[in-house]
Design a protein around this ligand. Structure first.
Ligand code: AKB
Length: 318
């Protein structure tokens, strides 16, 4: 990767990934693509070039790639699982029509492409414990359907045209920088904000519901390490299971209470979020990622909790 375009650079992953890549590759080599209404601000705006780059407009993507001699695209435009259920056509337009635009530009312009998949690409028939890399993928959400399609289309462009496509199946990503918005796993971010604000947290996911989660620094490292990995070692491409921790609401509550003993949580289960969570695995097996590109997480629940509380304390009480 020499010149990189991030589509969706102001979103939950993009806002942090752009800054990490600029640190590694130089600010002028990483273009922050955004849509009107979601302009980059502050450090993101000042540390490198930015361009309007709507994933639904293939011509705009091509123009940015030509102007900056782009050779790698991180395609991060997507609606998260809960919001996608209320706008399935838009979810498809952004996730799949948008991906096709990116893949076509990549094919004609010679770019590598990273497009995130998710634990949401699995469904109720998938083995829940230590979910294998290659297994049943019959999701019941439009988010999951579009993620499976993402994986298949990306593989197709690799096998048919040699486009260097790669992806990971992200767990719920937990970050203290940009809020997610519209995901099933968002509760695991919101709970830290409540703890720092001294509020009681009302959990929308039921006790005993396990899901894979990951601290954002590990998620960013995964996206970069996979794109930098030696292609000769890759047996899989789209998308790799990656895992760091699996917990249920009471586990994260207790992890926070270790440092905030007065913190309180009650449950008010959201039926849509719960139904989606129930259809996802409890814990993925990430052996293939470990073997093919040396993936290894650095944060467990306690390490993430200490860091989240420290960073949010500074951010919210500054
Ligand atoms: C969501 O909850 O929709 C996402 C995901 C796990 O893909 N965070």
């Amino acid at each position: 990767m020499k010149n990189i375009l991030i589509i969706g650079s102001t979103g939950q992953i993009g806002s942090e990934l752009t800054m990490v890549l600029r640190g590694e590759y130089g600010g002028e080599h990483v273009v922050a693509g955004y849509i009107p209404g979601a302009e980059p601000k502050g450090e993101l705006l000042e540390s490198g070039p930015s361009e309007i780059c709507d994933v639904t407009n293939g011509q705009a993507i091509l123009q940015v790639c030509e102007k900056y001699h782009i050779d790698a695209i991180y395609n991060l435009a997507a609606l998260l699982s809960v919001v996608a259920e209320s706008k399935p056509l838009l979810a498809w337009k952004i996730g799949i029509d948008g991906l096709l635009n990116v893949l076509e530009v990549a094919r004609t312009h010679g770019c590598a492409v990273f497009t995130p998949s998710s634990i949401g690409s699995f469904g109720p028939e998938t083995p829940r414990q230590l979910t294998p890399q290659d297994t049943v993928q019959r999701p019941r959400t439009i988010y999951g359907v579009s993620k499976v399609t993402t994986e298949l289309l990306s593989d197709y462009y690799f096998h048919k045209y040699g486009v260097d496509t790669r992806s990971v199946r992200f767990p719920g990503l937990i970050s203290n920088v940009t809020l997610p918005g519209g995901g099933t796993t968002d509760y695991a971010v919101d709970i830290y904000y409540s703890a720092i604000r001294g509020e009681r947290f009302v959990c929308p996911i039921g006790k005993g519901t396990y899901m894979d989660m990951m601290y954002m620094p590990d998620g960013l490292r995964a996206a970069i390490e996979l794109m930098e990995a030696n292609p000769d070692r890759l047996i899989h491409r789209n998308g790799f299971n990656i895992a760091a921790m699996s917990f249920e609401p009471n586990d994260i509550y207790e992890a926070i209470r270790k440092y905030r003993p007065d913190f309180e949580m009650t449950y008010e289960v959201d039926p849509l979020k719960q139904a989606i969570a129930n259809s996802w695995p409890d814990r993925l097996d990430d052996t293939c990622a470990r073997q093919e590109w040396d993936w290894a997480p650095r944060y467990d629940l306690d390490g993430m909790t200490r860091d989240m509380l420290e960073k949010l304390e500074k951010k919210l009480h500054a």
